[in-house]
Design a protein around this ligand. Sequence first.
Ligand code: ADP
Ligand code: MG
Length: 559
Amino acid sequence: MMAGQPVIILKEGTERNTGKDAQKNNIMAAMAIAEAIKSTLGPKGMDKMLVDSLGDMVITNDGATILEELDVEHPAAKLIIQVSKSQDKVVGDGTTTAVILAGELLRLGGELLEKKVHATHIVSGYKKASEEAQKILEEMAKRIDEPKKEKDILIKIASTALNSKSVSNAKELIANLAVDAALSVLEERDGKITVDIDNVKILQKQGKSLSESRLIKGIVLDKEILHPDMPRKIENAKIALINRNLEIEKTEFDAEIRINDPLSVQAFLDQEEKMIREMVDKIAETGANVVICQKGIDDLAQHFLAKKGIMAIRRVKKSDMEKLAKATGARIVSNLEDLTADDLGEAGLIRAEKIGDDHYVFVEECKNPQAVTVMLRGASKYTTDEAERAFVDAISVVRDVLEDKAYLPGGGAPEAELAVKLEEFANKLSGKEGLAAKAFAEALRVIPMTLAENAGFDPIEKLTELISAHGKGQKYVGLNVFTGEITDMTEIGVIEPLRVKKQAIKSASEAAEMILRIDDIIAIKSSEGDKGGQAGAAGMGGMGGMGGMGGMGGMPGMM
Ligand code: ADP
Ligand code: MG
């Protein structure tokens, strides 16, 4: 009955992309992202300079950082960026690898689509290959029983991650700092190790060189001791952590006090002084000789504290208060009435130190020795920022290995091994799924090839050598990008956490599967207003392949 009458569901003019077009479009966007960061992979990768519209810049070769800074519009490209972000968050490394791999999985997936293999088959083939890859990596990994005793291995793990950072001249130092910091915050229960990186406080300090960076066992606050009469150094510190103002609280509304005779003025001031004095007495009674306050401490309170020989610091960040509580065993108190000797924390030594023009307070020999601070020095904010990113990467991979007790060779060895083993696996699968699994195996070759290419070697030649070695069962063989040799990576100390590689492959595969499954892109109403139509890569001139992504704007609803 309805024949011939079109039923209109979408508003006229709605942008819509269906079937092949939609798939092609998404694949191209994801590949553009992968292409953009390809040249940063590995120790010989290049840096990127990211410049925003205000002229602020970041120089980095950290995949996650680059992608985070990119102002990307295309939904599929955004999806890929999500992958790198979560890779960075969960395991701390392998972001570039994950994105390049996702791009390659999509490129080869696209070729299969062209050959009329349905997306469903590609997706299920990729899924199977990806699961098999996890098993192969587990089998391939080297195990360590007591990782905390294998400092050597941990340093190599950190150094491998740092190879591709622009802090190479301070590599050894940062690797050592990361290992020492990770071991300091390590907790072990029933043989299970956890390393909570949040327990490591990072303090950047400009001036001097990166090589002056150091690890302090304890917490360092970039604060000054309040009053010149207060002690600069206290041994056996008893610390009160206070979360309220040490002053007479002002009323919320304006109050006017009329005083007619001078005696009352004095009485009024005396009263205020009495209240402050009582506060300080209350603190002193508990035996505290250090007061660390999250809020303000007024002049009068400072004066009384100094008279009692109590050291005081004010306006300390909440996150530092929490770290101090953990490190010293103190309880943060907001009502002075409640403060007792039990609430005080302990530290063997608290001292003030001036570094350059800045004042610091060092809280050392804490009751709980697990609290550490890493002070990163560097000529400029760019250096210390990049040093912090490098340090976080290094400590993350050290954590991964401490917790999992397993590592893999680097230099493309796991990818080459997977390429060989997954091809055998694919041959056992039927028809189209098998084709997809084969594509998956092939996609992994992009990593060793890119490493070779970025280091200036012939990618095909190196890959052929690598694949043939793995075909002969040489599992740990990879490409040494500094010499071009195809050698055992564990022997030259290029090793990485098992967790990083497993996660990179898993998330790359999941992203590719998700994108391949989409066959319809519909622009829907935006909740944050239409930003559409702008070229995504504004200001990113020179990053090939990013052009032409602008036209897909206006679809933020897809995310
Ligand atoms: P990602 O963001 O994926 O970690 P990187 O730019 O950090 O990317 O590069 C990591 C790759 O570099 C890994 O495959 C790692 O094994 C490799 N790599 C690191 N050091 C070396 C080396 N000396 N020789 C060969 N490959 C190396
Ligand atoms: Mg890395």
